[in-house]
Design a protein around this ligand. Sequence first.
Ligand SMILES: Cc1cc2nc3c(=O)[nH]c(=O)nc-3n(C[C@H](O)[C@H](O)[C@H](O)COP(=O)(O)O)c2cc1C
Length: 174
Amino acid sequence: MDFFDVVARRYCHKAAFDPTREVPAEHLRRLVEVGMAAPSAGNGQAPEFVIVNDPEILARVKETIDNVPLKTAPAWIVIAIDPARGCYLEDYAVATAHVLLAATALGYCCGWVDGPFLDDAVRGPASEILGLPDDRRLMVAVPVGFPGEEGPRRPKKPFEQRASWNRYAVERTG
Ligand SMILES: Cc1cc2nc3c(=O)[nH]c(=O)nc-3n(C[C@H](O)[C@H](O)[C@H](O)COP(=O)(O)O)c2cc1C
């Protein structure tokens, strides 16, 4: 798929996945390799990845969270990082974006779920099940798979409302 088609097709799937349609391990590995190729501050390559596709571990970690995409996805890619590092938010975010685009390029749908993990009561048990050390923070779980039900595509604002040439002349709407 052409890169620009990938960008146009990518969306965050917030509805159910089809739990019966698995993602081959070699594809999950490729997604992570693309995440690892992302830029990082000082080339520190700080984001770390846990591919979760073992049915038993997946079932246990799913119990920690009340989120439809994560509950139904056949695989997660979890991104963790040392939060004491400078630029850790930027580093994890750009790695996540790479993973989402790679998943789309391979024909999967995916999502970005970090909100529930802001709650220690969710992040703690999930991190424990996944064996994360104390100095690593679970930042996001990316569910990967095929849609079980259709999810909405969210329109993007027109160019002029977000960009301009040479000087700021964005048509502000809010
Ligand atoms: C920093 C960040 C945090 C996000 N956290 C969540 C989340 O916790 N749960 C969720 O369903 N989507 C989350 N999203 C996905 C956004 O809701 C989604 O990207 C946005 O609505 C635009 O839709 P699109 O990705 O389909 O274009 C997050 C996205 C970003 C960049």
